[in-house]
Each structure stands twice: as structure tokens, then as C-alpha cells.
Design a protein around this ligand. Structure first.
Ligand code: AGP
Length: 610
């Protein structure tokens, strides 16, 4: 959700804060603001996208070498200028930015109201700055006042605070919302919600844990834990290519990331394929073969797109390793009373590694004794750090709010893990080799699918004004149908539903008429014949059919409105191939409708609130 950034160092803070915000804008774009310390506090904030703040600063930026900045995804109160962060104390001498939700905000508001504090915004955040002000006793340092206030606060937060009462210092704190410190050369420090915010200044980062707070000033930085006192955390180097967080000539990140998939699919499989042995090498899987053999059940947790790849993981692990698998929405799992038997492995899938629901569900599973595994993209993220072991995607930052390259590489990571588990059980070396070969062929096949772009643009032109879409698939293609519908909804705001193709006749078939575009996932796999029959059922009722099919599909030649042909692969990997035309379709429809594809309304890339 919201993005926070802080800077203290020798350079003017405002331009670096703005650069940090530009790289964090995908986390929220309802409003933006910054505050720079220079004698007093100089605050500028605007509602709307970062460009409004940029315009406001065009005449000149506040001067000073210490500052904080924020980009907001609204939780409490509309996205107007008053509710934009930073929020200030009543004398305007403390400024605070926040990502998360303060759960006891109403109670604190009442208490502070009685003490004479007046609230100008509707936000939960404003209570924290007044609380710091209220508890800041004579002789205290900023960090002591912040620590005292956080002792009263319940909920999730990543915060950064500056004050003219104790200048030349930034205090940050984390509980449930991501936060890291960038440790530059020569007394230069940045703080950010993720590494994108700080890589302009340094690649050396320290990840904060829940309960940590940190101070940086001209002397250096110090980290404390609310219960343990002073703590020491290792400095990690972020191996990010700066180009990865720029658009590199593309109009949108979403399109760039779709086009990057041949590379991202190579990256996720790099060094992990054993062709001769028909096996996978997964350095991050630290359980012994004996421990893996003891796994009797797997639960996979995720949200949104990651939940869709979890569904594909269920099919993969059951097919290749013959282990029973359940897939759970993380947001539901955490509030149920889930049964976790001994020998259950819980896998959390998350691109960002920070999704609040997935993290909470993971913690619930750990508490109930499960062994936990992460399939995560962002290195050093909370889910990656809190799982017992895991597999990183290694596909670089995904900035477009609609997940594309992370989804296809999650499928590959799950295939690798299912292969690994299978080969330690009953999967034959021959079948293993067939899968490895298919994985090796995948990037080139995706390159070929990307050449369908023009044909897909044509199709998009024909259906850009549609009000509804149906996506249908069976077996491995059912989760792809769900994902195709989600992509279209997210970026074009067209209502779309994904359904198992055979379920259509139990209800959704009533929706079919000449106005209804139906996207069928019909590659040549064991249920192909059945899907062809479902296509006939739609055609018989006048539905407009767009079918994603294998190169050889004579049964459908000339029988549907549009055929998108993809190369053949093993059924396990066909979801990677079939999902790419759907990503392109959603993208082009959204562009034609004039939607902001990288920053769709109401969405944020990393959902760090419940
Ligand atoms: C994908 O296009 C979405 N924007 C969203 O559903 C996302 O997949 C979900 O919020 C989970 O995110 P995560 O993978 O970072 O946990």
C-alpha cells in the first residue's frame, strides 16, 4: 500500500525524495507529499498522482538535507490534500508519514481530543503524530517520544518521523508494514518501503523486523527493538539492475513486463535444471530428502494472482508428486480454525513477499506447527524471511500493478518444486527429462507467442467496448481463465468472469448472446476434446469466441471468431503459454479504453493492509 521514503545526508533531500516516490508510486497514488527540515519543517502535499506534487514543486523545492515523503493508498478518509501525508503536530514541529492501519485510532482520538488536540484530517495516522507530541516530555529525544507513542498504538505501521525540536535526525519504525534502511557512503541514509526507494543512493540495505525502530543522524544509524533494546541487523546488497525499475522506452511497465517474459522465464529456471537426471536443483530447499518424504499434505496460500498460481501448483504437485494439496485464500485461512496435521507443508506464494493477508496466514500456520516454504520474488521481503525455506523467482522488480511476469515465473517455480518432490517420490526419470526439456524450450516459445501482439491488438479493437467477458478453461487451464478475467478487470474495468468450461452449462450459459465475448483456453491437452464441445455450446447460442489453441487445432479451424495459436508443451507448462495472449489482450483493451494500465484505479501493488 502506501510508499514511504526518508533521506538524511549531504545532498538536497527533496529531489532524492521525489525520485524515491516515483519508484514507489506503484504502491499507492491517491495523494503524495513531502516535508523537508531546514530550521523549521517545510511541507508540500497534493491530492492525486505524484505528477500533481511534481507540478507544485516545479517552481522550487524546499531546501534542506533531511526529509520524508509519502505516496498514499487511502484507507481512512478520502484521497484529498488534507488527508495526504505528512501529518503535522499542532505546532507544526513534528512531521510523520505512515503506511498501515492504526486499529485503535478512534480510541486514541477520543483520549487526545480530551487533552485538547484538534484533528484536521480523517486519517488514522494523525493520531500518531499528536500522540508523539503529547508524550514528548521535557528532555526527551525524538526516538524516545516515538517509542513512547508506539507503546500505545495497536495495528500495522511503517512510519518515518522528523522534528524541528530534535533536528538532523529521522526516526523510523516498523510493525507489520515493510520498511528498510539504505546505508550509503559518508553519512548518507535513506529509508523506504522497499528497495526501489533507495537504490538511487545505495544498494546496501538493512531490513527492519516487526517491533524495530531505528534512528539515523549525522553520527550514523542505530536500531532498537521495542522489547530487546539495541539490536544489530546484517547489511544486504540489493542486486538490482536500475533499468529494471525504469520503463526502458516502453509506454507502460505492464507491457514491458509482458515483453520481458522470455528473460524472466530463463531467470527463474537458471541453474535449476538437471537435463540428464530429469530433476531440478533447488538450493533454497533446505529440507533433506528424508524430511521431504515425510510431507503428507501441502497447503498453498496466496491472494489474487498468486492464488491463481497456487491453484496451478495444486494440479502440479498432485500430478507429479502425488501429494494431496489444498489451496486457500490467505485472507480466509487466517480467520478460520484450520486443521494442520503433523507433516503438513504450507507454501506461501507472494510476488511482493509483503501481502498482509498472506503474511498473517503464514504466521498462523507456523504457530500451528507447520513447516513453511515461500515462493517469493522480492528478495529479503518479510515472507521470504519468515518462511523456513523457499524458492525465489529472481525475475527482478515487477512494477506494473497487474502481475504478469511474476505469475508465469511462479508457475515455473511451482513446476520445479513439483518436479523436485516428484523425483524424490515416484516420478520417473523419463517424465522428469520431458519436463526439463519443456522448461528449456519455454522462453523461445514465449518469444514466438509475443509476436501475436498485432493480431491481439486487432481483437482488442473489436471488443474494447464490450461490457462483459467470460473466460473458460478446464484442468490446468481453469486457473488461467481466472487469471485472464482478473487481468482484464484490473486494467480495463470491464466486468469479466473466469469459470471452469464445463461449469458454464450450470449457470453462466444464460449470459451468452451475440454481445458476449468468450475467451476459451483450448490448447491440446487431455481435456481438449471436451473443451471443443464447450466451444460448440457457446457458438450454438451466438457467443463470440476467441480461442487460444495449439498450432494444430483442425477441429476449430474456421469455426470460431478468432484463433490465437501457441506452440505445444507438456500440460503442466501450457498455463505459461496460454496466459500470455490474455495478458496482451487485457493490456490492449485497457489502452484503447484510455485506462491507466500501470496504476489502475483503487488498486495498489503491494497490499499491506488487511
Ligand atoms: C495481480 O495482478 C494483483 N494486482 C493482485 O491480485 C496480487 O496478485 C495480490 O495482491 C497478491 O500480491 P502478492 O503476490 O505480492 O502477494
Amino acid at each position: 500500500m502506501c510508499g514511504i521514503v526518508g533521506y538524511l545526508g549531504p545532498q538536497p533531500a527533496a529531489p532524492l525524495l521525489m525520485e524515491g516516490l516515483r519508484r514507489l508510486e506503484y504502491r499507492g497514488y491517491d495523494s503524495a507529499g513531502l516535508c523537508v527540515l531546514n530550521g523549521g519543517l517545510h511541507t508540500v502535499k497534493r491530492s492525486g498522482k505524484l505528477s500533481s506534487l511534481e507540478q507544485a514543486l516545479a517552481e522550487g523545492m524546499p531546501e534542506g538535507t533531511v526529509g520524508i515523503a509519502h505516496t498514499r493508498w487511502a484507507t481512512h478518509g478520502p484521497p484529498n490534500e488534507t488527508n495526504a501525508h505528512p501529518h503535522l503536530s499542532r505546532d507544526g514541529d513534528i512531521a510523520l508519514i505512515h503506511n498501515g492501519i492504526i486499529e485503535n485510532a478512534n480510541a486514541l482520538r477520543t483520549v487526545l481530543g480530551r487533552e485538547g488536540f484538534e484533528f484536521v484530517s480523517d486519517t488514522d495516522t494523525e493520531v500518531v503524530v499528536h500522540l508523539i507530541d503529547h508524550l514528548w516530555a521535557e528532555g526527551m529525544k525524538l526516538e524516545e517520544a516515538v517509542a513512547a507513542a508506539l507503546g500505545e498504538v495497536e495495528g500495522a505501521y511503517g512510519i518515518a518521523v522528523i522534528s524541528s525540536r530534535d533536528p538532523d535526525k529521522i526516526v523510523v519504525a516498523r510493525n507489520g508494514s515493510p520498511l528498510l534502511l539504505g546505508i550509503g557512503e559518508g553519512g548518507e541514509f535513506m529509508a523506504g518501503s522497499d528497495a526501489a526507494a533507495v537504490v538511487g543512493v545505495t544498494r546496501n540495505v538493512v531490513y527492519l523486523n516487526d517491533g524495530d525502530y531505528a534512528v539515523f543522524d549525522r553520527q550514523g544509524y542505530r536500531i532498537f527493538h521495542r522489547d530487546e533494546g539495541s539490536v544489530d541487523h546484517a547489511v544486504h546488497e540489493v542486486h538490482w539492475d536500475m533499468e529494471a525499475i525504469e520503463k526502458g522506452g516502453y509506454e507502460h511497465f505492464m507491457f514491458k513486463e509482458i515483453m520481458e517474459q522470455p528473460t524472466s522465464l530463463r531467470d527463474v529456471a537458471r541453474g535449476r535444471l538437471l537435463s540428464e537426471e530429469g530433476d531440478a536443483r533447488l538450493g533454497g530447499v533446505t529440507l533433506s530428502d528424508r524430511e521431504l518424504a515425510q510431507v503428507e499434505r501441502i497447503i498453498i496460500l496466496g491472494c489474487g494472482t498468486s492464488w491463481h498460481s497456487a491453484l496451478i501448483g495444486e494440479y502440479l504437485l498432485e500430478d507429479l508428486a502425488r501429494i494431496p494439496v489444498d489451496v486457500e485464500y490467505a485472507s480466509e485461512f487466517r480467520y478460520r480454525n484450520p486443521v494442520i496435521e503433523k507433516n503438513t507443508l504450507v507454501i506461501a506464494i507472494s510476488q511482493s513477499g509483503e501481502t498482509a493477508d498472506t503474511l498473517a496466514a503464514l504466521r498462523e500456520a507456523k504457530q500451528r506447527g507447520a513447516t513453511t516454504m515461500g515462493i517469493v520474488n522480492v528478495v529479503g521481503s518479510t515472507i521470504a524471511r519468515e518462511t523456513d525455506f523457499g524458492v525465489y523467482l529472481h525475475v527482478g522488480p515487477e512494477i506494473g500493478v497487474a502481475s504478469t511476469k511474476a505469475f508465469t515465473s511462479q508457475i515455473v517455480a511451482l513446476t520445479l518444486f513439483a518436479l523436485y518432490m516428484g523425483r524424490r517420490r515416484n516420478l520417473s526419470v523419463l517424465e522428469g527429462r520431458r519436463i526439463v526439456q519443456a522448461l528449456e524450450e519455454l522462453p523461445a516459445q514465449v518469444e514466438r507467442i509475443l509476436t501475436l501482439d498485432e493480431q491481439i491488438q486487432e481483437i482488442a479493437r473489436e471488443y474494447a467496448e464490450a461490457s462483459n467477458f467470460l473466460y473458460l478453461g478446464r484442468g490446468y487451464q481453469f486457473p488461467v481463465a481466472l487469471e485472464g478475467a482478473l487481468k482484464l478487470k484490473e486494467v480495463s474495468y470491464i466486468h469479466a468472469e473466469g469459470y471452469p468450461a464445463a461449469e458454464m452449462k450450470h449457470g453462466p450459459i444464460a449470459l451468452i448472446d451475440e454481445q458476449m465475448p468468450v475467451v476459451f483456453l483450448a490448447p491440446r491437452d487431455p481435456v481438449y476434446g471436451k473443451v471443443v464441445s464447450n466451444i460448440e455450446e457457446v457458438r450454438a447460442r451466438g457467443g463470440r469466441v476467441i480461442a487460444v489453441v495449439s498450432d494444430e487445432a483442425p477441429e476449430l479451424d474456421g469455426k470460431v471468431d478468432h484463433l490465437l495459436r501457441i506452440p505445444q508443451s507438456v500440460p503442466y507448462l501450457l498455463p505459461v503459454l496460454t496466459s500470455i495472449p490474455l495478458q496482451l489482450l487485457a493490456y490492449h483493451v485497457a489502452v484503447l479504453r484510455g485506462c491507466d494500465v500501470d496504476q489502475p484505479r483503487n488498486l495498489a501493488k503491494s497490499v499491506t493492509v488487511e
